[in-house]
Design a protein around this ligand. Structure first.
Ligand SMILES: [Zn+2]
Length: 336
């Protein structure tokens, strides 16, 4: 992405002058029959000057809610004549995972959001990551990356701890978005490195990741919150006029919160003991696991006072050792 002095935004094969919406894409790879595959791009370039907000979705191929958020924002809600700055939208960042209705890239089985910054001469996921950051994310002023959790879940925004001025900018975006915000702690979730947000933050681009609810489906309540959230961020960044609107469709928990994931020690069928958004006390049962004979094999108790963000039982409600069972949010002050 590049913005010239006459404020034309060029990204992939899109050339968007001020005051216009333009569509196109960027060829990212070829199929075995030589068919080129594009990452689609939409640019809404505002009539007036302001920051460039990049909005991305479907980095994980089954997390499709953000695609509809982008459609409503760019095609129905935002008028380029009233916009200060621009929206650059990439509704499908991993077309291969999207084609296959899979979370990960089927060609190499990598989770694309763990291989950033990637590389231009490696496997497909690495090449995608390299192209995404070097041609799309670069020169964005802000980034909102949409994901989705399987239900039951409540929507939430993830911020990553960085140096204080950058962290403050990310928190300002998250606060404006208006759903529950959790800080991702590397100590609690050590396997989550190499994300696009990590790259953006390292390159001075304030960014948030939004977890809507429902994979493989367009959840109307979550999508409404997604659209309102982006509009709120744009208002907070002075890209649009108007007051920030409250998020009302699904539960929202306020406060400075950290996320913790609970993974299975045993294996079995998971019976959740709570609903998404429920409060939970330290020691309270979050879920029970049953074996095929009907005997309870494990009882998972909360290590903290907090509440349930999601039961991220991604593949199946039957889990093996190490599979994720619960995302909790809690005030980190209680553990220090
Ligand atoms: Zn995701």
């Amino acid at each position: 992405m590049h913005q010239s002095s006459d404020r034309v935004i060029r990204v992939g094969d899109v050339d968007a002058p001020p005051g216009q919406i333009q569509f196109g894409g960027i060829i990212c790879a070829y199929l075995p029959d030589a068919t080129p595959i594009k990452i689609p791009l939409i640019v809404v370039n505002g009539a007036r000057e302001g920051p460039v907000l990049l909005v991305t979705a479907a980095l994980h191929g089954i997390e499709i809610g953000g695609i509809e958020v982008i459609r409503q924002l760019t095609r129905e809600v935002v008028n380029p004549q009233q916009l200060r700055g621009a929206i650059v939208a990439a509704p499908i960042l991993n077309p291969f995972a999207y084609h296959a209705a899979r979370m990960n890239t089927p060609q190499d089985e990598y989770n694309l959001n763990r291989v950033f910054p990637g590389g231009p001469d490696q496997l497909l996921s690495h090449r995608l990551a390299d192209l995404i950051v070097s041609q799309i994310v670069v020169e964005a002023d802000y980034l909102i990356d949409f994901h989705s959790n399987v239900t039951p879940a409540i929507p939430f925004v993830i911020v990553r701890r960085t140096d204080p001025p950058m962290f403050e900018k990310c928190c300002k975006m998250a606060d404006a978005f208006g759903v529950t915000t959790v800080e991702m702690s590397q100590q609690l979730e050590q396997h989550r490195t190499g994300s696009m947000s990590d790259w953006a933050l390292a390159h001075n681009i304030p960014s948030i990741a939004v977890e809507l609810i429902d994979t493989r489906r367009l959840n109307p309540a979550a999508i409404k919150m997604g659209v309102r959230g982006v509009l709120n961020v744009m208002k907070a960044l002075d890209m649009l006029d108007g007051k920030l609107e409250e998020q009302v469709e699904l539960p929202v928990r306020k406060g400075h919160l950290t996320r913790m994931e609970i993974t299975a020690n045993k294996g079995g069928l998971v019976h959740p003991a709570k609903n998404a958004g429920d409060s939970v006390a330290k020691g309270e049962v979050l879920a029970t696991l049953f074996d095929p004979y009907g005997d309870m094999v494990d009882e998972i108790k909360s290590p903290v006072n907090g509440f349930v963000l999601a039961y991220p039982l991604r593949e199946s409600q039957a889990v093996a050792t190490g599979n994720m069972i619960v995302f909790l949010a809690f005030d980190p002050g209680q553990r220090s």
